[in-house]
Every structure is written in structure tokens, then in C-alpha cells.
Design a protein around this ligand. Structure first.
Ligand code: ATP
Ligand code: MG
Ligand code: MG
Length: 378
């Protein structure tokens, strides 16, 4: 059987390995963590840095094609591998999504709606920033995720302090928008330009981390459809091949692109249990040149993230495995645990999805299920 390469060993890579195995592929995972969730179930785990030349050469020799699950793998590694075998998505597409300045510049250049912002490279950039950007959020351009590397600032003085606090790393300063809610679109585009879009998900966050995704999004079909159109436009402009996620803000019925992720997305986990083909199988299909599957949802779904905090509910000093039997007794609930050895507060350890035909009942059931294991409502 053909062997596929995966740069990155997190839970997204793990689901890719499962999907690839389902279709009869072998998978080589490259990740520096010997205990990485994907590496532990891969056919081969190269334990090395993402830019380790020996590991990349071994990948190039043994794989038919390579993909990634993590936007922060060096784009240079993807560019290097692409000299020997197909790399999807491309180094260029990943490079755009891994730098907020490049990402926002791309949105601006192609006329996709986004929050007003300015690039911040020096204190002078803050001094000259448009007053309309305050109150705003200063975000580091690289390596931020789950709300890390972001500081909310009321005014110019606070922005200056925040920029110093962020060690003068290149940043973007973005206007704070009065969000009504947030949605995301996950889609897959193949090498011939065929796009399959999953239903738009409505997302809520806690402490900057995705908490719950609801599908269908409780929004007008118009907003959900526009989001899909914009996401498709972005994929086309990047000549993107693979599974792509686009996050949106909604302010008074208007869509603004927040950011892109050049990979399957946490808000697309519901596709595992509620769609004909899931986002990871689509990633495999796009990577290997197979026809894309049907992305249609056969059920309404609510996905709830399980963070490491849950492991410390009984005792803040020692972690305890939560009582999964309580969850598994809930009808139409599917539990997914990522096999991570250590729970830390804020760490994504697993998720569950409740599916059903009645969207309202699915929501009630999912919220009741999370209460069962001690997660408080907001
Ligand atoms: P992810 O884990 O999704 O990659 P991230 O660290 O890249 O997160 P963002 O998506 O930029 O962070 O922001 C995290 C959350 O903070 C958003 O989902 C939104 O709830 C809030 N937020 C970010 N930017 C703005 C803004 N300009 N106005 C209002 N809220 C915002
Ligand atoms: Mg992000
Ligand atoms: Mg985000």
C-alpha cells in the first residue's frame, strides 16, 4: 500500500491517520514528541524537528504525498519536500495562514471582508495607528493559538505596553468588533478545483478556546451560505488543495473573516459523526487524488470540547480520569479521546458529539451531557 506523510503529531494528525488507515494507506508521522497522539498510532513515527534534514529525506523516500495538521510547521520544510513529491496544501498556502500579517494582507488584497487592522513592527506603528482601531486586540503575527499571544487594549498607551510585553514581536493591531456570534466553514478542494463544503458551524469560545460547535449554525441560511462562498473564494485564490478552515465573525448580519487554518479544524470535528464523509477523510482523498466524498450532514450535531481542566475537578493538584461511563450512557453521544498522557488545564484532551434529527433536542442533550461530567454552563 502507498504511504502518506504527515507533518505534525497532534490530534488532527491522529484523526488523519485513522482516516488514512480506513482507506488502506500507511502513514509516516514526523513530530518531535515521541508520545505525540498521531505518532503513537502511525505506521512509522519519525521523532525529530519539523525541519530535520534526515527526517525530511526519509519522508521523501518513503511517502507518495505529504500533508500537515499544524500551520506552524516551517513552510521551508514543505517547500523542500515538494521538490520530490506532492505536498498538499502547498508551502505558499501554509505560509499565508501561519503569519497574521500575511493572512490579513491576503484578505485585503483580494477584497475579502475582515476587521480593520494595521501591521505593527515598531512602537512608531502604534503611535501612528488609526484612532478607530481602539479598543482593539494586539495579536502576535506568528505562533499564536487558542487566544495565546493576544492582548486586549483600550487605547494607544495600553497597546504600547502590550507590544513591549510581547517583546516587540511583529504583531497586528485589530479593531475589537462587537461580535454577535462566530461561525466557521470547513471545506476541501481537490487538485482539479472541485470544492466540497461542509455545513457552516456556529462556534462559542471560553477563555479564547473553542468550547462548543453547533450545526446547523443558528443563523439565516443567507449568512451560512455567504460564509461558504467566501471560504470557497479564499480556497480558489490560494489555489488551495486539501482541507481548509475559515473562521468568521458576525456583526449585525455582516461577515468578517477572522482567520484561516490550512488543515482540518476543531470546529469540523462534528463531521466525524454527522457527515457522510468527514474532514479528515476528505484530506486523505484530496492528498491522494481520489474523488472527494459527499460532505452533507446526515444529522444535526453539537460538539463539545473536553479540556484538561476536567481532569482536575476532584483535586486541583492531581489529575483524575473523568467518569466517561456517564457520557457514554447518553444516547446518540460519540466520545473521542486523543490518547494524550498528561492533562493540563486548557489542553484539548478529547471531545464529544451528540447527533440527532432535532437540532433543539441535540443542543439540550449536549448541554445536559456536559453538566453530567461537571462542566458548568456559562
Ligand atoms: P485559534 O485557536 O482559533 O487559532 P487564535 O489564538 O488564533 O485562536 P483568534 O481566532 O484570532 O485567536 O481569536 C480568538 C477569539 O478571540 C476569537 O474566536 C474571538 O472570540 C475573539 N476575537 C479575536 N479577534 C477579535 C476581534 N477583532 N473582535 C472581537 N473578538 C475577537
Ligand atoms: Mg488561530
Ligand atoms: Mg481563531
Amino acid at each position: 500500500p502507498a504511504t502518506l506523510g504527515m507533518l505534525g503529531g497532534g490530534q488532527l494528525g491522529r484523526f488523519f491517520v485513522i482516516a488514512a488507515h480506513e482507506l488502506g494507506y500507511r502513514v509516516v508521522v514526523l513530530d518531535p514528541d515521541a508520545q505525540s497522539p498521531a505518532g503513537r498510532i502511525a505506521d512509522q513515527h519519525l521523532v525529530a524537528a519539523y525541519d530535520d534534514p534526515d527526517a525530511l529525506n526519509r519522508m521523501a523516500e518513503s511517502c507518495a504525498a505529504v500533508t500537515t495538521e499544524f500551520e506552524n510547521v516551517p513552510a521551508g520544510s514543505l517547500a523542500y519536500l515538494s521538490k520530490f513529491l506532492p505536498v498538499r496544501p502547498s508551502a505558499e498556502a501554509v505560509a499565508i495562514s501561519q503569519n497574521r500579517s500575511a493572512e490579513k494582507g491576503f484578505l485585503k488584497q483580494h477584497g475579502f471582508p475582515h476587521a480593520p487592522y494595521t501591521d505593527v513592527r515598531s512602537e512608531a506603528d502604534i503611535a501612528q495607528a488609526n484612532a478607530g482601531l481602539f479598543p482593539g486586540i494586539l495579536k502576535v503575527a506568528r505562533f499564536g493559538y487558542d487566544g495565546k499571544g493576544q492582548v486586549r487594549v483600550q487605547n494607544r498607551e495600553e497597546a504600547l505596553l502590550a507590544f513591549r510585553q510581547l517583546k516587540h514581536e511583529p504583531c497586528v493591531l485589530e479593531q475589537m468588533l462587537p461580535l454577535d456570534y462566530e461561525v466557521s466553514v470547513v471545506l476541501t478542494r481537490d487538485a482539479a478545483g472541485v470544492v466540497k463544503c461542509f455545513p457552516t458551524a456556529e462556534n462559542s469560545h471560553r477563555h479564547g478556546i473553542l468550547d462548543v460547535s453547533i450545526v446547523p449554525a443558528r443563523t439565516s441560511g443567507c449568512v451560512a451560505g455567504n460564509a461558504q462562498e467566501i471560504a470557497e473564494g479564499i480556497a480558489q485564490k490560494m489555489d488551495y488543495v486539501g482541507t481548509l478552515a475559515v473562521e468568521f465573525f458576525i456583526v449585525r448580519g455582516q461577515l468578517f473573516v477572522n482567520e484561516m487554518a490550512p488543515r482540518p479544524h476543531n470546529s469540523g470535528h462534528y463531521t466525524i459523526d454527522a457527515c457522510v464523509t468527514n474532514q479528515f477523510e476528505q484530506q486523505v482523498r484530496a492528498l491522494t487524488g481520489l474523488p472527494l466524498g459527499e460532505a452533507r450532514a446526515h444529522s444535526a450535531a453539537v460538539m463539545v470540547n473536553l479540556l484538561g481542566d476536567l481532569w482536575y475537578l476532584k483535586d486541583p493538584h492531581h489529575s483524575h480520569e473523568p467518569d466517561w461511563a456517564k457520557l457514554l450512557a447518553v444516547p446518540n453521544l460519540k466520545l473521542h479521546l486523543y490518547g494524550k498522557h498528561h492533562a493540563r488545564p486548557g489542553r484539548k484532551m478529547g471531545h464529544f458529539t451528540v447527533i440527532g434529527s432535532d437540532a433543539q433536542k441535540v443542543q439540550e442533550s449536549a448541554l445536559a451531557a456536559r453538566r453530567l461530567i461537571g462542566i458548568q454552563d456559562d
